[in-house]
Structure formats: structure tokens, C-alpha cells
Write a protein that binds this ligand. Structure first.
Ligand SMILES: Cc1cc2nc3c(=O)[nH]c(=O)nc-3n(C[C@H](O)[C@H](O)[C@H](O)COP(=O)(O)OP(=O)(O)OC[C@H]3O[C@@H](n4cnc5c(N)ncnc54)[C@H](O)[C@@H]3O)c2cc1C
Length: 545
């Protein structure tokens, strides 16, 4: 057995989408890191996990410089996003919620980015490539974290390689991006409470021209309903023949070899005379839960992604929420390493991200409960007037209740950090927090609104490096006291003047201070008297932080 020791500013544990997104965010800000992954690579198997990157995630990809690559992964632009409810593909229809394809959907006026379909087995390697291209991350596969010791001034981690060698890593900070069973979280003894929902199984299946074998044409999803609730669904994965077939709702873990795949597929087809030429690519049992770590940070260690929170995929918010963690840590860790970030930053990370994780996962659990409810459907398999009535009523009910699942623009965009200790409230009321709708606001704690500055150039493109002070509507305020205050503590701050009256109206104040993650930290019509206090507050060094 060989032993070695390395030093790194940030040790990222876990080479899933969260570990690589964070490493990429750090690298674009010039921060080196070491990323360790226990497997021999990332996304080694065609596992059917996340498939949709919502608009806010795509805005993050825009900052990371990979939005165009994600858009170009090859998911067909004309593929519709419809959901079909039925008893089986050749059983009784129950309802259909149509949603347009990328090609047919106009870009929402609130964002420069479209929602994109990008399966995780494509997204994760795409991220890994982008990380390697930046050249600031020491990526080590076949390295499993086995233990860690945290001190006031750093962390020492022990890793075991695939060959049984040992590596000791001294890091200023360690981020646990090591998934729901996080070794990092367990090493710190951080409670991970919530609710266990069920054990499900997802099969990746392939059928070249599925449209020929069922009457609904191309859909994003086919949900299979029975008198005792939704028992399964098929979701398109790549729009070209790969599908995820999920069996929902077992109280116990299902061993893949105990699964009668043939019988389940026949049940989904619902007509033994129709022979669909499926190929089963793989079978993945998984645990559906809604849990959150009690703290997302300790002294020098932070948790991100599934290590910090889990959610039912009914809504597709697992990865999308996790990318928000990366966006927050992506500026906080460099701020700490460069010395201008204060001791309040990591507590602010928990204060900001934990409520968002709970908001998004609670909504996903609500969706899940609609999926598996079983009222008023005892006759849906009957070819009778009563059966027809129940199917019609059920279709209408699902369309109404699951709109928040299929159209979750508000969930993706409308979260806020207004209660954060490093955000300065201006006392204005928050807009309604609705799952399907989103109202842009520059209220402190919210995402700084998008508007086009010129064709292809968004206000969002002004943010992402250090802090940005927007000076709107031709304000003649002398902002030097604030830039001097920032400069005196090394906090990067640039000033951007925007004369466009419509953008000034959107932002509602003459001065708006936007954080490196594109969230509003403070706004006002003039600078506060205590500019040093403002700078200290937003960099996590203030008395109230
Ligand atoms: C069936 C299913 C469907 C889903 N659908 C969606 C969806 O539609 N939309 C959505 O947003 N999300 C969805 N998700 C959730 C999404 O897949 C997760 O939120 C996402 O993968 C979390 O990424 P992560 O990097 O935090 O964790 P993971 O993807 O679990 O990655 C963790 C990594 O850490 C590594 N690791 C673990 N322990 C160690 C150790 N000790 N040392 C070194 N490395 C270690 C693992 O090997 C792994 O590579 C779905 C999940 C499932 C299961």
C-alpha cells in the first residue's frame, strides 16, 4: 500500500453533476480545487435520472459557459412535452396535458434561456469535460473518501484508491457532493431528517419507434393509473428511442432480479396482442424520500446537492435545486479563500439554501401524493358509463392538480433569500410564490431580473464575477463611497450604468447591488450613510451576519 499527501484550497467529494458544477464554478472564478470520485468515471451507466434543466439552471449554465453545449446535445427540438394519463397504452384514455416542444415554445420574456432536455448521463460528462478544459481542477477518479477531520483552520480527509493506496488531503474547505448517502454528512454526524416515501424502480428501456406501437404519438410522459393509484410511468429520455419506465410505490426495496420485467411491460401495454420490441438497458432500484440536513455547513465543511437534501423526482427539482447550491457556494468559497468573505457566509449558505430545498421538495412530495392517491377511481378499468365518468373526472382532476408539476416556472425562478442574514431587506412585500407563474422583482433576496440590453445580451450577463452595482435611470448619485468601501476590504465590485427607462422601472430603484450569483443583496435610491456596514453585511462580515 502506498501513501501520499496533497494540499488543495477546496476538496470536492463526489463527481456527480453537483461536484462537477461546483468545480466548474470555482474554476471560472480562478479557484483551484481537487475533485475526488469513488467510481472510475462519471455517469458510467445509462442511468435514467434527471432529464430536464429548467430555465434557472440554464441561466446558471450560461454563467458557467456551457448553455450552448447543453442546447446542442441533440434532444429533438420538435419533441412535444405532453403528458398522457391512461390505464395502459392500449387501455382506456383518461386525459392529456399538452405542452409545446422547444421549437414551438416562445422564449419567456423573464429569461434569456429556454428549459432544455438533457439526460444526466450526457450532462455529467459534459460538465466533466468543461472542468478539465479549465485546467484548475485535479480530478481523481477511483478515490473514495473514507474519513475526515475538521479543524478551525482546515480539513484533513483520508481517501482510499481503487488499488488500495491511501491519500491524505489537506484542504481549506471540503464540500460533500457525495449524494444522498453522503459519507461527509455522516462523518460530521449531521442529522438528515424528513420522510421516506417509497421504494421505486426505474428501467432504462429502448424501442426505436415506440410511436408505432401505441396510439398517443410522441409524448414526454405516459402515466399508468389503476384503481389503487398511479403504478408506473414511461418518460422519454433522449427523444430518440430511450425511455425511463418507472414502477412506483413499493413499501420495501425491490431487488432487480425479483422484478418480472416482462409482466410489467405487458401491463403497461395493456394488450397481449401488441408485441412491442423493447430492450431493457438497465434496472435501477432507488429510494424516494424528502429529507434535509439540519445544517448545510459546519466550520470548514459544506454539503451540496443530494448530500444536503433529497426530493421525489415528481417535479424534476432534485438536480435543478442542487445547481442552486453550487451557484451560492461558487462565489462564497472563493470569497472566503481570497479573504474578503466573512465568517457569516457559510451560515448564510444554510440560511439561504435549506429553505429553498424544503420549499421545492415539499412541492414535489405534494405532486407525488397526487400521483398515488386512490379516491374515486374504483371503476376506471370498467367499460361502463360509470367507468367513463370516473375517467373523465380523474383526467380533469389530474390536469388541475399536476399543472404545478408540468409547468413549474415559478418554482425554478421564484425562490428567494429575503430572510438571509447577508441580504438587506427594503421592507417591500414579496410577490406571490406560485409554482407555475413567476413575477420578476429586484426586491432584495430575489433573482435580479432579466431584460435584453441588446440582441443576445441580457442584464444577467452583467453578473457573475464579483458584486455589481447597477446605476439605473440616469442616476447622478456619486457611488464612489461604496466602491471605496468595497475596495478597502478587497471585495470585487464593478459599476454598471443602465439608462434604459424600462429596465429602471423593472428594477424599481436607482441603485441595485447584485451578488456574484445574480441575486439582489441591497437596493435603494441613494447610498446608505453607513456604506462600510452595507459592504460588511453582504460579504458576511457584518454584526447581523
Ligand atoms: C429516478 C430518478 C429520477 C430523477 N429525475 C430528476 C429530474 O427529472 N430532475 C432533477 O432535477 N433531478 C432528478 N433526479 C435527482 C437527481 O438525479 C439528483 O438530484 C442528482 O443526481 C444529485 O446529484 P449529486 O451530484 O448531488 O449526487 P449524485 O448524482 O448521487 O452523485 C454523487 C457522487 O458522489 C460519489 N460518491 C459517493 N460517496 C463517495 C465517497 N465516499 N467518496 C468519493 N465519491 C463518492 C458517487 O459515486 C457519485 O458519483 C432524479 C433522481 C432519480 C433517482
Amino acid at each position: 500500500m502506498k501513501t501520499a499527501t496533497v494540499r488543495t484550497p477546496v476538496l470536492v467529494v463526489g463527481g456527480g453533476p453537483v461536484g462537477f458544477s461546483l468545480a466548474l464554478d470555482l474554476a471560472r472564478r480562478g479557484t483551484s480545487s481537487t475533485l475526488v470520485e469513488r467510481d472510475a468515471g462519471t455517469a458510467l451507466h445509462l442511468l435514467a435520472k434527471a432529464g430536464t434543466l429548467y430555465e434557472r439552471s440554464m441561466e446558471y449554465c450560461r454563467w458557467l459557459g456551457i448553455a450552448e453545449r447543453v442546447a446542442a446535445v441533440g434532444f429533438p427540438e420538435d419533441y412535444p412535452r405532453d403528458t398522457v394519463y391512461c390505464t395502459a397504452l392500449h387501455g382506456f384514455p383518461i386525459g392529456r396535458d399538452p405542452l409545446p416542444s422547444t421549437a414551438d415554445r416562445p422564449l419567456a420574456p423573464e429569461t434569456p434561456e429556454m428549459l432544455r432536455r438533457c439526460p444526466q448521463y450526457v450532462f455529467d460528462p459534459l460538465l466533466a469535460d468543461a472542468v478539465l478544459e479549465r485546467g484548475l481542477t485535479d480530478v481523481r477518479y477511483n478515490h473514495r473518501l473514507s474519513g475526515l477531520t475538521e479543524r478551525d483552520d482546515g480539513v484533513t480527509a483520508t481517501l482510499v484508491t481503487g488499488d488500495g493506496d491511501e491519500l491524505t488531503v489537506h484542504a481549506d474547505y471540503l464540500v460533500g457532493c457525495d449524494g444522498a448517502s453522503s459519507t461527509v454528512r455522516q462523518a460530521l454526524g449531521i442529522p438528515f431528517d424528513g420522510q421516506q416515501l417509497d421504494y421505486s424502480v426505474s428501467l432504462m428501456i429502448y424501442c426505436a419507434d415506440f410511436e408505432r406501437y401505441q396510439p398517443y404519438g410522441r409524448c414526454e410522459r405516459w402515466m399508468f393509473l389503476a384503481p389503487d393509484g398511479t403504478w408506473g410511468n414511461i418518460t422519454t429520455v433522449d427523444g430518440r428511442g430511450l425511455y425511463r419506465f418507472t414502477i412506483i410505490g413499493s413499501p420495501e426495496r425491490i431487488a432487480p432480479d425479483k422484478l418480472d420485467v416482462g409482466a410489467l411491460l405487458r401491463r403497461a401495454i395493456g394488450d397481449d396482442t401488441v408485441d412491442v420490441p423493447w430492450q431493457v438497458v438497465n434496472v435501477m432500484p432507488w429510494r424516494r424520500s424528502q429529507c434535509a440536513a439540519s445544517e448545510f455547513h459546519s466550520k470548514r465543511v459544506v454539503l451540496a446537492g443530494d448530500a444536503a437534501h433529497t426530493t421525489s423526482p415528481t417535479g424534476g427539482h432534485g438536480l435543478n435545486t442542487s445547481l442552486g447550491d453550487c451557484s451560492d457556494l461558487g462565489w462564497m468559497l472563493p470569497a472566503l479563500l481570497q479573504g474578503w468573505g466573512g465568517a457569516g457566509l457559510l451560515p448564510a449558505y444554510t440560511a439561504e439554501r435549506r429553505p429553498v430545498a424544503i420549499r421545492n421538495s415539499s412541492l414535489s412530495t405534494r405532486n407525488y401524493k397526487v400521483w398515488v392517491e386512490n379516491d374515486g377511481r374504483e371503476h376506471i378499468l370498467e367499460d361502463s358509463e360509470m367507468g367513463l365518468q370516473q375517467r373523465d373526472a380523474l383526467g380533469a382532476r389530474l390536469s388541475a392538480l399536476l399543472k404545478q408539476e408540468w409547468q413549474s416556472f415559478g418554482v425554478s425562478m421564484g425562490y428567494s433569500y429575503s430572510e438571509s442574514p447577508i441580504v438587506v431587506s427594503d421592507g417591500t412585500p414579496a410577490p406571490p410564490d406560485e409554482p407555475s407563474t413567476y413575477i420578476q422583482t429586484a426586491r432584495p433576496g430575489h433573482r435580479a431580473p432579466h431584460a435584453w440590453l441588446s440582441p443576445g445580451r441580457s442584464t444577467l450577463d452583467l453578473f457573475g464575477e464579483g458584486f455589481t452595482l447597477l446605476v439605473l435611470g440616469g442616476s447622478a448619485t456619486d457611488v464612489t463611497p461604496l466602491t471605496k468601501a468595497a475596495d478597502s476590504v478587497g471585495m470585487p465590485l464593478k459599476v454598471e450604468a443602465i439608462d434604459d427607462p424600462q429596465i429602471a422601472e423593472l428594477y424599481e430603484r436607482r441603485l441595485v447591488l447584485v451578488r456574484p450569483d445574480g441575486m439582489v443583496a441591497w437596493r435603494g435610491d441613494q447610498l446608505p450613510e453607513d456604506v462600510d456596514g452595507l459592504v460588511d453585511r453582504v460579504r458576511g462580515a457584518g454584526r447581523q451576519s
